[in-house]
Write a protein that binds this ligand. Structure first.
Ligand code: KIV
Length: 292
């Protein structure tokens, strides 16, 4: 049977079957195409594009227009994966109307399958209004990078019972508000497992242990493009930093040593055409030719 496009209901079905859901970020066409072809279930165009690709120190500066630009590139590379566009800081924080209008842009202008919105508490109503407008929403609790400064920085959330209870309440409130999936970031494994068991919707972890219904990582981190980023939860599946540096060094030294390009990489021009050119330029005919 041919491969089918991943839909919202297929993710719920995977949770029911106990098959872990795979999710990675992508911000461009070639990466998205690779992930799609390799069978990744969900591609997140994360606002992590801000620090991972655009060079900002956190996720907050990225704008809706920039997110839409990256989402469009990703969509061109995807046939089967479910694509989620991340709603950036201040695109849903001001009002319900703003939240719905901005979420609507991801659907109407790009055609992503869903959006992701960070936060519980006061944000639950925002999420509900976006869902009620007919837009599928993925929630995001635990360490929410857009509001990390209010959470004491990039640190594990829910280690103490009272804070953990709030996380459980927020997770249930988001499910009740209609989210189809929930990302839990930097949460103790046993708390994440408890939330995943309590919820009917799939719970996807990043730094949240193995008992979630699936895992997400930032693709640059798992490919080892930024070796300075070494959080405890990360496993590196490749050393692209090393591979790229070695290739660039080899290229550099070969160009300097005139070992690249070789004749095989070069295009030829017939002797008579070249001599004609020299005549046109008023120069002496060439001594050695390079015709085919
Ligand atoms: O923006 C992002 O990459 C994310 C993931 C870390 C879940 O939100």
């Amino acid at each position: 049977m041919g491969r089918k496009k991943v839909e919202l209901y297929s993710l719920a079905e995977l949770k029911r079957q106990g098959r872990k859901i795979t999710m990675l970020t992508a911000y461009d066409y070639p990466t998205a195409k690779l992930l799609d072809e390799e069978g990744i279930d969900v591609i997140l165009v994360g606002d992590s594009v801000a620090n991972v690709v655009l060079g900002y120190s956190d996720t907050r500066p990225v704008t809706v227009d920039e997110m839409l630009y990256h989402c469009k590139a990703v969509m061109r590379g995807v046939q089967y994966s479910l694509v989620i566009g991340d709603m950036p800081f201040m695109s849903f924080n001001l009002s319900q109307q703003d939240a719905v209008a901005n979420a609507g842009r991801f659907i109407k202008e790009v055609g992503v399958d869903a959006v992701k919105i960070e936060g519980g508490g006061a944000m639950v109503e925002r999420v509900a209004s976006v869902v009620q407008a007919g837009i599928p929403v993925c929630g995001h609790l635990g360490l929410t990078p857009q509001t990390a400064s209010l959470l004491g920085g990039y640190r594990v959330q829910g280690k103490m019972a009272a804070q953990a209870a709030t996380l459980v309440e927020d997770a249930i409130a988001l499910q009740d508000a209609g989210v189809f999936m929930l990302v839990l970031e930097l949460v103790p494994a046993r708390l994440a497992g408890l939330i995943a068991r309590k919820l009917e919707i799939p719970v996807i972890g990043i730094g949240a242990g193995v008992d979630c219904d699936g895992q997400v990582l930032v693709v640059h981190d798992m490919l080892g493009i930024n070796p300075a980023f070494t959080p405890k939860f990360l496993r590196r599946y490749a050393d692209l930093d090393g591979v790229i540096r070695e290739a660039v060094q080899t290229y550099r030294s070969e160009v300097v040593a005139e070992e690249y390009p070789l004749e095989d990489h070069s295009f030829t021009m017939a002797d008579e055409e070249f001599d004609h050119l020299l005549t046109l330029l008023g120069e002496a005919p060439s001594v050695d030719g390079d015709s085919d």
